[in-house]
Design a protein around this ligand. Structure first.
Ligand code: SF4
Length: 572
């Protein structure tokens, strides 16, 4: 009974258990291929079970494991299986399945290679680095950073371009890395000009994709790296104190808004990669306060578009690997009123699908001066960014429609806790940390959990980016604001974590802002407040890609190493 349609999700999603280690993967949001890669990574980190056949073996084992589950759990009419067997007979489980009460056993063929650690033992530094990289998830750096690194190596005299004969463990490690590299299309321009670094012996086409924390596992190079070398500069940075470079400068905003040196442009306030998006637009439009979502076709930026005279909607922009805009499409909302507006989008996918839920501030404008209460709506978008359904959770001052609001509601942050939607309603010490469990079909509140909020002398802490789970915690970036000039305000960005189980208590947060709105960023004179407004955050296993609005004028991003973020937080 071969599984022929790996693009389908079996009941409960793709699952696998590694009998030798007891390790399990049960992420209902993962596709077949993502699950196979997770299996590959786990095996790469466990040399006794690593197979020389790499990913193919993992794919076949996942097929076999799923087939065993189908027998054991008695699935019917599952389109995973070939048409002739699309209605599965309720088979008696074979003895090997019956015998075990816990997990179906993998039928992975025997014939694995020798222990990975032994393979690379005594070999060149490159093998250790690749081993660490593979074993810890092989999350590559962004294409932009890999290209920046490659450009430096291409012009470096230490780059030995001639073909080097590779043998033993290094050859094997690179073969495995190449398999994953090609699977993920990890290639830079000028790759054929990259060879081996004479200083460290590393294979440069691979090394430019490796996170700095894995490079740090290597021994010091035989010769010191030159000053312009990216390896030297990135490792030096890792040795610097954990306090973020701007936190000392931003701390005085806790007690004064005037006698403080003006912060630099937000994306340069720390030593993180970052930039301001160049977005094609009508000259009178402003695009800002941007969320971020990862679908199977890549990253999409969700930007609020403010047009003149006052009108607000959301435009989705496809991003390439260099964080450039490829193309855009306006979200098609089903308006119930001509003067309906949509602002400050936060976007997440429904687990296991490419359908997107967009939370927006939604209101009617009666005139350029007056409007309805700000309302929070949740909008289900299909793959073409057309709204298929709208939900209006009645919580706080939010009503079952805009007209039913009894006050303003903004900045709700939606997330899935397992298969159940939840939202962070508030996170400040004043409003408390309120997490609301929603009905998965109606998105109406079912239960709320209220615990202590963030004590933050930079204005009231508010959401924020949709929380993302890492281990036993969820992480989110939040904003706050303080009076700046006349009626204008200056905004700040922080980050916090909370427990990934009810009642979702806060565990840690940045006591000092990690970014502040700046007059040195783009702004509209006499109109813009000084804003950093985080709405989107995607985590790749090592780094955060955070997107935010700048001064109600532009959209920016930063790539933030998670370990630096953790070191900037204080435990509660
Ligand atoms: S010394 Fe640094 S820049 Fe030069 S080839 Fe080696 S890694 Fe690249």
């Amino acid at each position: 009974m071969p599984i022929i349609n790996r693009s389908q999700f079996p009941p409960g999603g793709w699952k696998y258990a590694q009998p030798e280690t007891g390790w399990k993967i049960e992420n209902p949001g993962f596709t077949f291929e993502e699950t196979a890669i997770e299996i590959f990574k786990h095996r790469a980190a466990n040399p006794t079970i690593f197979s020389s056949n790499g990913l193919d073996t993992c794919r076949n084992d996942l097929d076999a494991y799923t087939e065993a589950r189908a027998h054991k759990e008695g699935w019917f009419s599952v389109s995973l299986f070939s048409p002739a067997q699309s209605v599965l007979p309720k088979l008696k489980a074979p003895p090997s399945i019956q015998a075990q009460s816990e997990e179906p056993k993998s039928v992975r063929p025997v014939g694995v290679v020798a222990r990975f650690a032994e393979v690379v033992k005594g070999d060149l530094e490159g093998a250790k680095i690749v081993a660490s990289w593979l074993g810890n998830g092989m999350n590559p750096v962004t294409r932009r950073l890999a290209q920046d690194r490659a450009n430096i190596c291409i012009n470096c005299p230490q780059n030995e371009k001639k073909e080097r004969k590779l043998t033993g463990g290094l050859a094997k490690a690179l073969k495995w890395a190449a398999e994953l590299k090609s699977h993920a299309s990890l290639h830079v321009k000028g790759e054929d000009l990259l060879g081996t670094c004479k200083n460290c012996g590393c294979h440069l086409p691979t090394k430019v994709w490796v996170q700095a924390r894995h490079i740090a596992v290597g021994e010091p190079p035989k010769e010191p790296f030159p000053d312009f070398c990216w390896v030297k500069n990135e490792l030096d940075r890792r040795l610097s104190p954990p306090v973020l470079s701007n936190q000392k400068e931003l701390e005085p905003f806790a007690w004064t808004q005037t006698a403080v040196k003006e912060p630099g442009p937000i994306h340069q306030q720390n030593k993180w990669q970052g930039g301001i998006f160049t977005i094609p637009k009508d000259s009178r439009d402003l695009l800002f306060n941007s969320g971020l979502v990862q679908r199977s076709d890549g990253l999409w930026l969700a930007a609020r578009r403010h047009s003149s005279p006052r009108s607000n909607t959301v435009v989705m922009f496809k991003l390439d690997d260099m964080m450039n805009i490829e193309h855009g499409k306006e979200v098609t909302f089903k308006k119930v009123n001509q003067n309906e507006h949509f602002e400050d989008p936060r976007v997440i996918t429904i687990p296991g699908t490419d359908n997107v839920l967009l939370t927006a501030c939604n209101y009617f404008l009666h005139s350029l001066q007056s409007g309805s209460h700000a309302h929070q709506g949740i909008f289900l978008l299909d793959k073409d960014w057309v709204c298929q359904a709208a939900f209006h959770p009645a919580y706080g001052a939010n009503g079952i429609s805009i007209e039913h609001n009894t006050g303003n509601e903004k900045n709700w942050c939606l997330f899935y806790h397992g298969q159940v939607p939840h939202l962070v309603y508030s996170c400040s010490s004043k409003q408390k940390h309120q997490v609301v469990q929603l009905n998965p079909s109606t998105f109406q509140p079912e239960q709320s959990f209220i615990t202590d909020g963030i004590v933050w002398p930079y204005g009231e802490a508010r959401g924020g980016t949709p929380p993302v789970r890492i281990g036993d915690e969820y992480w989110s970036f939040f904003h706050s604001s303080q009076p700046w000039q006349t009626t204008k305000r200056r905004y700040f960005m922080g980050a916090y974590a909370f427990k990934a189980k009810a009642p979702f208590e806060i565990t840690k947060y940045t006591k000092i802002p990690i970014a502040a709105g700046s007059q040195l960023d783009p702004l509209v004179p006499n109109w813009s407040p000084l804003v950093v407004f985080p709405c989107g955050a995607v985590f790749d296993g090592d780094d955060w890609l955070v997107t935010y609005g700048i001064n109600d004028t532009a959209c920016g991003w930063n790539r933030i190493p998670h370990e630096e973020l953790v070191s900037a937080t204080t435990e509660v």
